[in-house]
Design a protein around this ligand. Sequence first.
Ligand code: DGJ
Length: 748
Amino acid sequence: MIYVNEQNKEFHLTNGQISYVFRVMEETNILEQLYYGSAIQHYESFDFMIEREIRPSNNWKWGSHLTSFEHIKQEFPVFGSSDFREPAIDIEYPAGDHISHFEFQHYTIRAGKTVDGGLPGSFGGEQEVETLAIVLKDLYSELYVTLHYHLYLNLPIVTRQQVIDNRGNETVVINRIHSLSLDIPDSGYDWIHLDGAWARETIMARDKIHSGIQNVSSTRGASSHVHNPFLAICEETTTNSQGNAYGFSLIYSGNFLAQIEKDTYNVLRIQLGINPHQFRWKLDAGTQFQTPEAIIVFSQAGLNSMSQSFHQFFSTHVIRSPWKKKEKPILINNWEATYFDFTEERLLEIAQASKRMGIEMFVLDDGWFGSRNNDNGSLGNWQPDYKKLPNGIQGISQKIHDLGLKFGLWFEPEMVSKDTAIYLDHPEWVIGNAEKNRSHGRNQFVLDFGNPEVVEAIFEQVNRVLATAEIEYIKVDMNRYLSEVYSAILPADQQGEVAHRYILGVYRFFEKIIANYPDLLIESCAGGGARFDPGMLYYSPQIWTSDDTDAVERLKIQTGASLVYPLTAISSHVSAVPNHQVGRVTSLEMRKNVALFGTFGYELNPLALSNEEQAQIAKQIAQYKRYQQLINLGTFYRLETESANFVSWLVINEEKTEALVGFYQILAEPNSPYRRIKLAGLDETKDYQVYENDQLKEAKRNGSDLQSYGIRLGGNFIGREQEYWSRELPGDFHSKLYFLKAIEMASK
Ligand code: DGJ
């Protein structure tokens, strides 16, 4: 519901879960932020929220001591006219100044939301989302900015996006325009972010918010392995299960900034948007610029509840693939099994053995095209390597289908190698200034996807492959960042647009694929998780989370990813041991129990496994299939554990009749204390049967005591259950899987 107090020019967006209140400020006509948080009742006037003191320092209005913007919480601040904090917008005018003043003009309200303008975004029907559009006009020019507020009616979520429209007759330059700027009064918050590097992405970090600026960002042309376009603020006492938390995310895959500025009056200015670093957009007369969309989630019940809102939101309102809630085929990917070294015969042997174990799709990764026997060449030449695949992609796809498997294929469309025709014929298609050095990454260069001709040419090649063979899935990879950012097709005064135009081109490429192959299952990837972001989710319902497939490392990586992203998006594979990234040996059981909490698959050579291991995998697949819908559609919880040596996850269905619990111990302990794992999210009025690794462990336990007392861990985790001299110790890296079934269901 969006209330407007016409007389006081106040806006109140509320849906019973959250309230967002702001007003048009007297004398200055700017938007003043009043409140964002848990739902409050509607008042005829929100005057009681206005914070105003005589401030004799800089005041915007002559003669007034009440218009000092640095003391006023705002919705769309500018810099320099009495506010010295970070602005939401920075315009450079023809005279060279940066002086703006955006005043309220009018508003509209409408139901429903669609996505337009070439950027990914959220969508919802008329019963699901209401939009308030506030039009502001610059006092000094014909620049109009529309602030779009989208209130999702069944979730504690508002999204924001701005469109700037130059209706004047002079060009201006946008140096910055954030998607979101929100001033929140501080009460000693922590902030949470997801950090990492290649092979250790989305590691959760939590720090105290200090005075001044703190941020996470990317300048790498992709959202990056290093940071994720997400941050949360929460009270110091907030845990997974209790306390207030505000989550912020950006539907964007390029250079972003997610920032908190704590000012000297204890106000937090939260901003998310395109990274202003080297961004410079020439806004000609008569043109518009649209920002990416930012998401704000509020939770009163801790970080799990915040994550669940994000999950539901992405699953319902951002992921558009028809696969989003469907049972996806269990795949095997040949990358770690063969790397570049394969023949059709070898692949078919792997596929055959996979089929015997119950695998449903064979994915051919890197190395099938050009003459790519290592990572030195052939990117940009998307012709099958007939030496490896005498019958081309069509031939192998046919043979894979004949085995009763679906077929998937890898591409890296944005890249080019030096030994290809497109590199030699079109040096101007490569990002970088031909007069200067271009750094290489993985021996390759980045194509200028900001150039529509490039997107067209690559799409044509990819399309030729997709159109001629039966392909149900593609993995779209991107293995290096943008450096020496420069486009040969843009003039000097538009070089600040290259990185954003690049990502718009990437989105255009995905649009073309989807328009031509609407049922194709797309997995996006960027050297593991360098583009694990909501922008990519709009096009691909699953994302390769990390090149690190080690089960222990994945506990951290997937826990971090789950803070924002639903399990269906978190692509996770069981791989070989010793693990190829860290050399660790973990049991097949542990690897499966970790990969299970995601989009499950295998990435190993079944021919290198013993018959027992192959039989074990067959059982794992049958088990996963039993739980697949529960994992896909269920609500996910990170359970509290006593230390980082333990991790526990739970997923429960909507009716709360079935739940799956994973419990993981990293290092073994001698003579350890008794332990219990306390569950969450159960129906306290229901009794459950508890199965441990598919064996009935407890015939009847109440939902309430499973949460307060928990499940007592025994056997593998403590050394008292068997006589110690005859006992086989499980050692490090151990896991258990519990399945809970409500009793009335169990008897059916
Ligand atoms: C990086 C990806 O993350 C891997 O899964 C694999 O596809 C390689 N690229 C192939 O080059």
